[in-house]
Write a new protein. Structure first.
Length: 184
C-alpha cells in the first residue's frame, strides 16, 4: 500500500520489486509467540547452535507492532485463537505466517473440540511445516523457502495481476475429494 501502488509497471517496477524483496527477506523479525512443545524447537533455532542471526532475524520481537513473521509453534486451543488473531492483526503489513508442526497445521493428534483443526482457520498461512516436533533444521528450511517467496513477491499492479492469477488457479484446481493416488 502507499508509494508502491503509484510506481509505473515495467522495468522500473521489476527493479524495485527485486530490491524490496531482498531488503524484506534480509530483515524478517519474528514475533515472540510460542504455544506448546514446538516452541522449544523454535527457541533452539534462535540460539547459538543454529544461529538465526545469519539471516538477520535473531531478535524475536516483544511487540507484534515490530514483527512481520508469526511462527505458530504448537497446537492452537479455541481459547487462544482470538488472541492469536489479535496478535496477527497488530503486526504491520507485509507479514507472513509459518505453521510449525502438525498440531498447528491440522490439529495433529488432538482431534477434539478444544483444539483448532488447523491455524489457517484463523490466519492466512504461507508455509506449512510438518513434523512432531519439526527439528530446528526443518524450521530453517521453512524460513529459507519463505525467503524465496518474499523475494518473488510482487508490488503494485504486478501484485494485483498475481492475485488474479492465484484466484483463477484456485478456482480451476481439482477438488480434494476428486484427487487420487499422489494427490492428483
Ligand atoms: S506437533 Fe508435536 S511437538 Fe508440536 S505442539 Fe504438537 S505435539 Fe507438541
Amino acid at each position: 500500500m502507499g508509494l508502491e501502488e503509484k510506481l509505473p509497471s515495467g522495468f522500473v517496477m521489476n527493479t524495485v520489486e527485486q530490491a524490496a524483496g531482498w531488503v524484506r527477506k534480509s530483515s524478517v523479525f519474528p514475533a515472540t509467540f510460542g504455544l506448546a512443545c514446538c516452541a522449544i524447537e523454535m527457541m533452539t533455532t534462535g540460539a547459538g547452535r543454529y544461529d538465526l542471526a545469519r539471516f538477520g532475524m535473531e531478535v524475536f520481537r516483544g511487540s507484534p507492532r515490530q514483527a512481520d513473521l508469526m511462527i505458530v509453534a504448537g497446537r492452537v486451543s479455541q481459547k487462544m485463537a482470538p488472541v492469536l488473531r489479535q496478535v496477527y492483526d497488530q503486526m504491520p503489513n507485509p507479514k507472513w505466517v509459518i505453521s510449525m508442526g502438525v498440531c498447528a497445521s491440522s490439529g495433529g493428534m488432538f482431534n477434539n473440540y478444544a483444539i483448532v483443526q488447523g491455524v489457517d482457520h484463523i490466519v492466512p498461512v504461507d508455509i506449512y511445516l510438518p513434523g512432531c516436533p519439526p527439528r530446528p533444521e526443518m524450521l530453517m528450511d521453512a524460513i529459507l523457502k519463505l525467503h524465496q517467496k518474499i523475494q518473488g513477491s510482487k508490488l503494485g499492479v504486478n501484485a494485483e495481476e498475481a492475485a488474479r492469477e492465484a484466484e483463477e488457479a484456485a478456482l480451476n484446481a481439482l477438488p480434494l475429494i476428486e484427487m487420487k493416488g499422489l494427490m492428483r
